[in-house]
Design a protein around this ligand. Structure first.
Ligand code: ATP
Ligand code: MG
Length: 305
């Protein structure tokens, strides 16, 4: 069942066409990623769905309701983490969460929610006392005060170190495992590949492709490469017993085998062992979502905003 339906959506800012006729839908329970470089139109798309901006034309529906006409009702059912957020500096984390909950006429167990995002010891701290990663986790907590059905995250991990990024990823997975649908934007291919059930690749206001990360990768690259270095003799005929090996390239001292299944890696190692080949630098290269992006756009993807 789709929880979000977008059809032919358009939005321009004084002449800049930020979103150009995009169509997509998000299923209930999905983690849906919108992937694209700076200025692609990701934030604009989210802000239309969040009811913060109105589209020039096209349809945006959530829970079967038109967003523009049901703003109030929809806002109660969604959680929003903006790309940049500011908080009242005089209030502690606990007080901020209680204030946000009150805005929704809800009560919140602020200690429990802060514990959930790993900030249990910071209940009485202030936002300006938090590190970047902690602040990001606090914005997640604040987007959850109204127990939303859909959570919108605009670049949830930009600027975080790898450890903090991983913590946020695990949190997003936990949130999703409670049945909350998540729509996020990102510049990071690994993030999309790790987290998202489906991704829409967006560039210059248009969606170039929508699919599961794994399928996108398989579509552009159905082979992987195994390579190693050796000064011993390696016969091409040996590989006949490993049918997954499609091609062999020898460029002394490097040997490259193109394989169509990762199952063959252990067989390749057995063949080398059986012939007493001594080798070094054994490596496996598989395609990533980054390769898909390069293939689609012919451009290097920006990894930072
Ligand atoms: N308030 C605004 N006024 C004028 N132009 C805007 C405004 N907001 C966005 N734009 C323009 O619309 C286009 C899309 O911007 P948007 O913020 O949606 O991109 P984005 O994909 O979120 O980029 P980023 O990865 O940098 O966050 C850009 O060309 C941007 O300059
Ligand atoms: Mg943005």
């Amino acid at each position: 069942m789709s929880i979000i339906e977008v059809k032919n959506l358009n939005k321009a800012y004084n002449g800049t066409q930020a979103v150009r006729g995009i169509t997509f839908s998000v299923e209930k329970g999905e983690i849906y990623g919108i992937l694209g470089p700076n200025g692609a139109g990701k934030t604009t798309t989210l802000e239309i769905l969040e009811g913060l901006k109105s589209p020039d034309s096209g349809q945006a529906e959530m829970f079967g309701l038109e967003v523009a006409k049901n703003n109030g009702g929809i806002k109660k059912r969604i959680g929003v983490q903006l790309q940049h957020s500011e908080y009242l500096p005089a209030l502690s984390l606990k007080e901020l969460l209680e204030l946000f909950a009150a805005l929704y006429h809800k009560r919140v167990d602020s200690s429990e929610l802060l514990n959930f995002v790993g900030l249990g010891s910071k209940v009485n701290s202030y936002v300006n006392e938090l590190s970047g990663g902690q602040k990001q986790r606090f914005t997640l907590a604040s987007a959850l005060v109204n127990e939303p059905e859909v959570l919108f995250l605009d670049e949830p991990t930009t600027g975080l170190d790898p450890r903090a990024r991983r913590d946020v990823w695990e949190l997003i997975r936990q949130i999703n495992s409670k049945g909350i649908t998540v729509v996020l934007t990102t510049h990071y291919m690994e993030e999309a590949e790790y987290l998202c059930h489906r991704v829409a690749i967006m560039e210059q206001g248009k969606i170039l492709k929508i699919s599961e990360p794994k399928k996108l990768i398989e579509e552009i690259a159905n082979t992987s490469q195994v390579s190693f270095f050796t000064s011993d003799n390696v016969e091409e005929s040996w590989w006949k017993q490993v049918p997954e090996v499609e091609k062999v390239y020898s460029n002394y001292p490097k040997v490259i085998l193109e394989i169509n299944s990762l199952d063959s890696v252990s067989k390749i190692l057995s063949v080398l062992k059986a012939h007493n080949v001594s080798f070094s630098g054994f490596s496996l290269k598989t395609a990533t979502l980054e390769d898909v992006y390069l293939d689609l756009t012919g451009k290097e993807f920006e990894s930072e905003s």
